[in-house]
Design a protein around this ligand. Structure first.
Ligand SMILES: Cc1cc2nc3c(=O)[nH]c(=O)nc-3n(C[C@H](O)[C@H](O)[C@H](O)COP(=O)(O)OP(=O)(O)OC[C@H]3O[C@@H](n4cnc5c(N)ncnc54)[C@H](O)[C@@H]3O)c2cc1C
Length: 451
């Protein structure tokens, strides 16, 4: 059943059918639903948190007659979630790496190694950087984020001297090595861009993990200076205020509302303007600039922008209809954008990306069958934040469709009233049980996403 209809909609396009780097197995070992859909083609671009989940659930819910092809350049996925724990040496990058093989062997997803370089919405094709052209009935874009040249730094600086490490990989290991080489009395400076950015609590979590590591391994005199372009802590405010003022008091200095950040990658001198307009200069030993980022492909002249899909007011994100995650751009028909690249009212987070992928996959299956998306989608999200090497906090929320956006519907006590969002719930305390639960949550999320 799984194999039936898989080739019916396959176009004999250039370089596509014969590509040896492509895993073209379409035999699922999971019994797929018999939905009656035949010969439908969905191309999913980006095999991260959002794209892997979408590819899996499109097959599970769409059945064997929906051919799903996942386009992704990297052989393995490296999770950014939990990557702050690489910085204190309690994890290494390998422990965060996941293969995508199960998507093929269990669900019959076709995998294509490559990067999308162009989208032609009128022809309903994508072109890869190796010139392969692929046709689709529905296109799902989940390409994550790319990072601006900012504060006087360029991409080469991030790779070699001042890593942002905001997409886990070699930069995370570089930052780990830099932190490990610090000595008592050294200064670590990190920056936080204006929201929206990937993982709202993540930077504050990083400050805590690094502070904890420095004071327990180097001595009491190291400093972690957090330069936030926002006016206040963006998530888990109670938790991080407590962590900064008590648990890591004397190590972390939190500076909100900064502007005009300038970083010299060679000398590690950081200059900024504080909230009252004063120019400040800090000599750091390690600088971790979490620079402004945007949907991958949204820089002027790049593929998402060329297709007009970066239609948020600032041109940095793809605005979507949250009932289906279909693009609201003029040329966005049959094109869905999920994960951090989208602008949808929910935070840019991996758990949320998994949920968006499920709402989107369900909607696509319904639309391919001639129906309409679920009119009342619901999503949930959890985020765990390590505060020391053995304690953590968490944040959770349930989102519900309301008046065109996803709003926080309930948090265990408070509920949405007359369309007014409740607030996300924070853990009541920072403790070791939360740290253990964090491991369970992460393993469960990754199992659901990638296997
Ligand atoms: C330090 C840190 C801690 C975090 N902690 C948490 C947490 O506790 N909880 C949580 O929910 N989230 C957390 N996050 C956020 C989470 O990692 C992201 O929100 C999530 O990865 C977004 O998923 P995505 O699929 O949109 O992007 P990604 O996971 O980045 O995947 C994008 C994929 O697209 C591929 N791609 C890019 N361009 C192309 C192209 N042109 N063609 C084909 N493929 C392409 C990339 O190779 C990549 O595999 C954290 C992030 C960081 C940095």
């Amino acid at each position: 059943m799984a194999a039936g209809g898989l080739t019916a909609g396959l176009l004999p396009l250039k370089g596509w059918a014969d590509d040896e780097s492509t895993s073209t197995s379409s035999t699922a070992t999971i019994a797929l639903a018999n939905t009656g859909l035949v010969g439908k083609r969905v191309v999913v671009v980006g095999g991260g948190m959002a794209g892997m989940t979408a590819a899996k659930y499109l097959r599970l819910w769409g059945g064997g007659g929906v051919q799903v092809t996942l386009v992704e350049p990297d052989t393995v996925y490296t999770s950014s979630i939990m990557s702050n724990l690489v910085l204190n040496g309690s994890r290494n990058i390998t422990s965060l790496q996941f293969k995508r093989d199960a998507l093929t062997t269990r669900y019959g997803v076709i995998r294509k190694t490559g990067s999308v370089a162009a989208v032609n919405a009128a022809a309903k094709t994508v072109t890869l950087s190796d010139s392969t052209v692929m046709g689709y009935d529905r296109l799902v874009l989940a390409p994550g984020v790319t990072f601006d040249d900012a504060y006087g730094l360029a991409q080469a600086d991030y790779e070699t001297r001042t890593p942002h490490a905001w997409r886990a990989g070699a930069q995370t290991t570089l930052l780990r090595n830099q932190v490990a080489a610090m000595r008592d009395g050294d200064v670590f400076v990190m920056t936080i861009p204006k929201a929206p950015y990937r993982c709202p609590p993540g930077p504050y979590e990083r400050a805590c993990v690094v502070a904890d590591y420095l004071k327990t391994t180097k001595g009491p005199n190291c400093k972690v200076i957090v330069l936030d372009e926002n006016l206040s802590i963006q998530a888990e405010r109670h938790t991080f205020e407590l962590a900064f003022s008590q648990i890591h008091a004397g190590v972390i200095r939190y500076v909100p509302g900064v502007s005009n950040i300038a970083i010299d990658a060679g000398s590690k001198v950081v200059t900024y303007v504080d909230q009252v307009g004063g120019t400040q200069v800090v000599q750091a030993q390690v600088v971790n600039p979490i620079v402004p980022h945007r949907a991958t492909g949204s820089t002027p002249g790049s593929w998402l922008a060329n297709a007009g899909l970066n239609n948020s007011i600032d041109g940095r994100w793809a605005t979507v209809d949250v009932l289906s995650f279909e693009s609201t751009a003029a040329g966005g028909k049959d094109i869905h954008v999920i994960g951090d690249a989208s602008s949808c009212g929910m935070p840019k987070a991996g758990h949320v990306a998994n949920q968006e992928a499920k709402i989107c996959s369900d909607a696509i299956v319904r639309l391919l069958a001639g129906g309409l998306p679920d009119p009342q989608p619901v999503a949930n999200s959890a985020c765990f934040s390590p505060i020391t090497a053995s304690t953590a906090s968490w944040l959770t929320a349930v989102y519900q469709y309301d008046g065109g956006t996803m709003k926080i519907a309930s948090n265990g006590g408070q509920t949405m009233i007359n369309g007014t969002s409740a607030a996300a719930t924070e853990a009541a305390s920072i403790n070791g049980d939360n740290f253990e639960d964090m491991g369970t949550w992460f393993n469960t999320l990754m199992r659901d996403t990638a296997s």
